[in-house]
Design a protein around this ligand. Structure first.
Ligand code: ATP
Ligand code: MG
Length: 334
């Protein structure tokens, strides 16, 4: 299902928690919405998932407007939606299987069908044979698997994940993201992934929108946003990420004023030598490696450029002209 948002607004008193948001979220995709704490992500999800009404603007699922439905229509339309959260929101008094069965019980489905479907879902999320397990005996990752199975119980078209991996360690996060991607393909879902972690966007999303103070500041393909971020907010998110990339080797602890990213055709040419001979710039390379963003390989080089600032700027301009994406460290270099 395609989701379209038009001029969405939600105020709490004088605070514009969601401020004129328009977005097209294509069907059959994993779509990320990233923002810092308080940016308005959860508020936006509540509007899009019809849990809350906007003060202004419209929400469409395919061509149907869904933000102004009657209570009865709302219940019907909400069957298209599954949701998972950071804190899992499971019933601790019920077993794994009974948690998964819950939404089907609410819909008064046939008992045999519920039992069969629950087994199917347990195996879909990798918890075969664990149906009887009390929730308290499951690990965080297993709890989230139960929550995913429950969200999928009545065959939704849209899955909202609000910080679904924020409470998990990095390894479990990767496993859960891989599961969500796999399920997205299997069930042709539209997945909306809310997060404050660029790792989640990198590892799971096809497209991403960056939310800041209730506004969308940037939107596009994840590979494009990673290679040429436009807003400062996006650059901040990315810089926290590149520093922890394992595939980048740093052989000098200090320095590295410029970050160069090479993609596509710019990876096949002797760019550094060309720029060096044309501008007289000298490169002191501090770190280098590759980044893989959703299957696209990108070369990354962290370097100082000398001998003086004027030459460095000339070199940077020429590099940009040759298709290299450059970020300049804003902080004072040592
Ligand atoms: N029900 C509410 N009443 C009043 N203010 C609210 C309400 N819900 C959210 N807000 C405010 O709206 C702003 C956006 O909140 P929201 O929960 O959407 O942010 P978020 O991006 O999800 O943050 P986090 O990453 O911390 O979950 C915040 O300033 C918050 O305090
Ligand atoms: Mg939130």
């Amino acid at each position: 299902m395609e989701i379209r948002l038009r001029n969405l607004r939600r105020n709490y008193g004088s605070l514009h928690a969601v401020d004129d948001v328009s977005l097209d979220i294509p069907s059959n995709t994993v779509y990320g919405i990233i923002g810092k704490s308080g940016a308005g992500k959860s508020t936006l999800v509540r509007l899009v998932s019809m849990l809350e009404k906007p003060d202004n603007g419209e929400v469409y699922y395919d061509d149907k407007r869904v933000d102004n439905l009657s209570k009865k229509e709302l219940i019907e339309e909400r069957r298209h939606i599954g949701m998972i959260f950071q804190n899992f929101n499971l019933f601790s008094s019920r077993s794994a299987a009974d948690n998964i069965a819950y939404p089907m019980e609410i819909c008064h489905m046939d008992k045999d069908h519920i039992r069969k479907r629950t087994e199917e879902l347990l195996s879909l999320v990798g918890l075969e044979g664990r149906g009887k397990a009390p929730i308290s005996t499951l690990s965080g990752g297993q709890k989230q698997r139960v929550a995913i199975a429950r969200a999928l119980a009545i065959n939704p078209s849209i899955l909202f994940c609000d910080e679904a991996t924020s409470a998990l360690d990095p390894q479990t996060t990767r496993a859960i993201l891989a599961l969500i991607k796999e399920i997205q393909k299997k069930m042709n879902l539209t997945v909306v992934m809310i997060t404050h972690q660029m790792e989640v966007v990198r590892d799971a999303c096809d497209r991403v929108a960056v939310l800041d103070s209730g506004h969308i500041v940037e939107e596009g393909l994840v590979s494009d946003i990673f290679s040429s971020p436009k807003s400062d907010v996006t650059k901040d998110f990315l810089s926290s990420l590149t520093n922890v990339r394992e595939s980048i080797v740093r052989w000098s602890r200090d320095g590295g004023h410029f970050t160069l990213r090479f993609r596509g055709s710019s990876t096949d040419e002797p760019i550094i030598s060309t720029v060096s001979s044309e501008t007289g710039a000298v490169f002191n390379i501090r770190a280098a490696g590759v980044q893989n963003v959703n299957g696209e390989e990108m070369g990354v080089m962290i370097t100082d450029i000398g001998p003086d600032e004027e030459t460095a700027l000339k070199a940077a301009a020429l590099l940009r002209k040759m298709g290299v994406v450059i970020e300049e460290e804003k902080k004072e270099a040592e």
